[in-house]
Write a protein of this length. Structure first.
Length: 242
């Protein structure tokens, strides 16, 4: 069975709240749901403490905080999410004050339900460098890498994934503080990766990321569910010698 991208959804930008919810619709067999969250928590508050889908707790995966900026990126995932329209809820340890957060979800079908292919990792660059990448070592044939990225820049550049990655959700300049400090946030996938091994996954921002800015990403991989099992039925021999 091959992995396929299903559907995407997102919250509206939010602040001054302890929870945020929106609807995501999963379809198909052997499902997998990823939820990514970015928090511009300059006051040091507002870290997520849990994410649920249809009331079921999702597993916390990779997370990274941009050094000196208190901008954080989080990945959560769930195997076998309920199909149909259900609620995604993100809960924070306390309100995020006057700052902002945004969350997005992507679901997939045909995913092996035994666990992640690889936990992957995180990466971050700052200063004049406006690209970021992480090497994910896939274990199973035809695995897919799922990633999320956040950029904090001082010019209106366009964030985007490297080829051959395909973005499932992408927004640029979703937050503007006094007309500056635009932010880009996106999710993408790369796959199928036919031969297991180390594969580079990355993003780039066309904006000017100064010493006060950063671009961060996190990634992991999933692998396909097994194909159907064929059962052989032995028939009695007839003819010569019987």
């Amino acid at each position: 069975m091959a992995i396929a991208h299903d559907v995407d959804s997102q919250s509206a930008p939010f602040g001054s709240t302890n929870t945020v919810s929106w609807t995501h619709t999963c379809t198909g067999a052997n499902g997998f749901l990823e939820v990514s969250i970015v928090v511009n928590n300059g006051d040091g508050a507002g870290h997520p403490t849990g994410v649920t889908y249809n009331g079921v707790s999702m597993t916390a995966g990779n997370s990274i905080t941009a050094s000196g900026l208190l901008i954080s990126l989080y990945q959560y995932y769930l195997f076998g999410p309920a199909t149909g329209a259900n609620t995604v809820t993100v809960t924070f340890n306390n309100g995020i004050g006057g700052n902002y957060a945004l969350a997005a979800a992507s679901s997939y079908t045909g995913v092996n339900q035994s666990g992640l292919d690889s936990a992957g990792g995180t990466a971050q660059t700052a200063g004049s460098v406006s690209t970021v990448s992480v090497n994910v070592t896939t274990v199973h044939a035809n695995a897919w890498i799922l990633d999320t990225c956040f950029s904090y820049a001082y010019s209106y550049g366009v964030l985007g994934p490297n080829s051959p990655q395909v973005y499932t959700y992408l927004t640029n300049n979703y937050i503007a503080s006094g007309g500056i400090q635009p932010h880009g946030f996106g999710l993408s996938y790369q796959g199928p990766i036919v031969t297991p091994g180390s594969t580079s996954d990355g993003w780039a921002d066309a904006g000017a990321i100064t010493n006060a800015g950063a671009i961060s990403m996190a990634a992991f991989s999933i692998y396909p569910a097994g194909g159907a099992t064929t059962t052989l039925r032995l028939l009695p021999l007839t003819g010569v010698g019987m």
